[in-house]
Design a protein around this ligand. Structure first.
Ligand code: ASP
Length: 299
């Protein structure tokens, strides 16, 4: 089987000063995950490794550099799924974990699927995952945006198209054995109500993977994406025989037509073909397949 990997760094109206960081973050994540796939590693390992790189990038809204909630705190959500046995793991509203995708991976390996808040941090301790202070995840840019939002002078909490200014990072991979995996990690919406959870950690909404069909990872307005179970809907379009790029485009259309939602998604089908689409002004993405010489990186 020909391996393939696609990553996204969020669908929204990325401001000019953050474009380059989104490109380089996606590229670095792609190459990290690719190293694993290329040397015969598992799709799950590639997805986790790629997402960890983007979580560690202060420019992207996941892990370090995440947006702040209405109380000025980070609250992180992440999920990961594999398509051989439909195993999945997810965490939400965690505040002191540097790489929530690795915690989601540990949950996938456990008897549970979804663990939230303090319980997820307790689970992390038990799994030997190091905690950090929540302050370590906060960057100056987000603090300033939060302060502006609090005093109602926020510049661009909504982009030109009305899309909420945010980001999620995600990855979908197929390895040499034909295993498909998908993952997402996010700080969610800026100034969100404490405890608000979007689509990103919800299986079937933010991500889905099935070796017989393909995988998808979504980004954008979580409240809309949840209502159309976007990742599962997109993968079902593959079952209906749609080529992967058409399936991605139709999924974005579905989001818009059904619930007037904006967002984007990345996909891989069971042959390793990749697809992506977005209805926001921009979405950062990068992909590579075994039969390509160079990665494609785009906004
Ligand atoms: N989907 C994420 C959420 O609603 C945000 C995003 O991808 O922009 O939390």
């Amino acid at each position: 089987m020909k391996a393939s990997l696609i990553v996204h760094g969020g669908a929204w109206d990325i401001p000019p000063e953050l474009i380059e960081a989104h490109r380089s973050g996606c590229r670095a994540a792609l190459l990290e995950g690719w190293e694993i796939l290329h040397s015969g590693g598992h799709a799950l390992d590639a997805v986790e490794a790629a997402i960890r790189v983007m979580e560690d990038s202060p420019a992207l809204n996941a892990g370090t550099g995440s947006v702040l909630n209405a109380e000025g705190q980070v609250e992180l959500d992440a999920s990961i799924m594999e398509g051989a046995g439909l195993q999945a793991g997810a965490v939400a509203a965690v505040q002191t974990i540097k790489n929530p995708i690795t915690l989601a991976r540990r949950v996938l390996e456990s008897e549970y699927i979804f663990i939230v808040g303090e319980g997820a941090v307790l689970f992390a301790r038990g799994a030997g995952i190091e905690e950090c202070s929540s302050e370590e995840l906060v960057v100056e840019r987000e603090l300033r945006l939060w302060e502006a939002q609090r005093s109602e002078t926020a510049p661009a909490v909504r982009g030109a198209d009305g899309a909420v200014r945010s980001d999620t990072v995600g990855a979908v991979a197929m390895d040499h054995q034909g295993n498909i995996a998908a993952g997402n990690s996010t700080g969610g919406r800026p100034f969100k109500h404490p405890g608000r959870v979007g689509d990103s950690p919800l299986i079937g909404c933010g991500i889905y993977a099935d070796n017989g069909l393909g995988g998808a990872a979504c980004t954008g307005q979580g409240e809309g994406i949840i209502r159309v179970a976007l990742a599962h809907s997109a993968v079902q379009l593959l079952k209906d025989g749609k080529p992967v790029q058409e399936a991605a485009l139709l999924a974005v259309q579905l989001l818009q037509e059904k619930v007037d939602g904006r967002g984007g998604l990345i996909m891989v089908d069971r042959h390793g073909n990749v697809g992506y689409a977005f209805s926001t002004p921009t979405m950062a993405y990068a992909y590579l397949r075994e039969d390509m010489e160079e990665p494609v990186v785009g906004i």
